[in-house]
Ligand binder design. Structure first.
Ligand code: PLP
Length: 313
């Protein structure tokens, strides 16, 4: 028998797939980790489990204590799942700019969802750093009011550890360690930081690239002239991400909205992989690196979360 004690144990151990159709005619191997196959449909299930279990272990999360998080939806969905199973009330605080599917999914999983208005003049579906500042203020207020544990994915080491202990080791095992480069579209930077640390410990020659929206590449030192990009889940124009160590960055790649959208659509049509904007950004960026090399990137979440957006119009 092989029966899991809860769906939390079904998080991780995702497949790694070679994209031979999209890369036809270009030398090199493009491998993608199918994180949309996690129970909540994204890679963020991993960090939800790790943050909660690390906080349980170090006593910062007490039995039955409310859990609060600022989220674009995926971390919230992961936390809603983990909290439902483990018996913590969960409150997700998110910008009205994110898609409706995410809100409904979290609510279905028992979460309370608090939606925060965007800055005047902002566009639905485009969450800027300024919009996030507003969500942050509201999150801090709710944490205080409810005596809650804030998962705090931008700072909590569990975000880093989820990918350092699991995502990257899985990739190294799946490839026998034979990879040349890794890239990831950065939100909190947890995936990039955890994977880069593990890859470089295994083989310092593995190059790790940060992916950012064109016109909002602040980690690369550029100014944010296009903060309202469409690549949901990251590119928040935050020049300092506490989880990322800059010495582990070998380079910066930029992807336009159009490139991310086109790559996501090709992933679906040619490879049968139904993803969101940021996975398209990852694939478009990874293609820039190929040139005969083996490049790994992440399919961050499922396209089902974007059915109401222009991605699938
Ligand atoms: C769809 C999507 N893509 C990319 C990211 C960025 O991942 P990370 O926070 O590990 O940098 C997120 C994070 O929320 C996400 O939800």
């Amino acid at each position: 028998m092989n029966i899991l004690s809860s769906v939390v144990s079904a998080i991780g151990a995702t497949p790694l797939v070679e994209l031979s159709r999209i890369t036809h005619g270009i030398g090199g191997r493009l491998l993608v980790k199918l994180e949309y196959l996690n129970p909540g449909g994204s890679k963020k299930d991993r960090i939800a489990r790790q943050i909660v279990e690390d906080a349980e272990a170090d006593g910062t999360l007490k039995p039955g204590q409310p859990v609060v998080e600022l989220t674009s939806g995926n971390t919230g969905t992961g936390l809603a799942i983990v909290c439902a199973v483990k018996g913590y009330p969960f409150i997700a605080v998110m910008s009205k700019g994110n898609s409706r599917e995410r809100v409904r999914m979290m609510q279905a999983l028992g979460a309370e969802v608090v939606l925060v208005e965007q800055l005047p003049g902002s566009v639905r579906g485009q969450v800027s750093g300024g919009d996030l500042d507003l969500v942050n203020t509201e999150t801090a207020r709710i944490v205080c009011e409810r005596g809650a544990f804030r998962a705090d994915q931008f700072h909590h080491r569990g975000n880093f550890r989820a990918h350092y202990l699991h995502t990257a080791p899985e990739i190294l095992e799946q490839t026998d360690g034979k990879i040349d480069a890794f890239c990831d579209f950065v939100g909190s930077g947890g995936t990039f930081a955890g994977c880069a640390a593990a890859f470089k410990e295994f083989n310092p020659q593995i190059q790790c690239f940060v992916v950012e929206p064109a016109g909002s590449a602040v980690l690369a030192g550029e100014s944010a002239v296009h903060p309202n990009h469409r690549i949901q889940g990251g590119g928040y124009s935050m020049p300092n991400l506490p989880l990322i160590q800059t010495e582990q960055i070998d380079g910066y790649l930029q992807v336009t909205d159009e490139e991310a959208i086109a790559a996501s659509r090709s992933l679906a049509k040619l490879e049968g992989i139904f993803s969101g904007f940021s996975s398209g950004a990852n694939v478009a960026a990874a293609r820039q690196l190929l040139a005969g090399r083996t490049v790994v990137t992440i399919v961050n979440d499922t396209g089902l979360k974007y059915l109401s957006t222009e991605l699938w119009e």
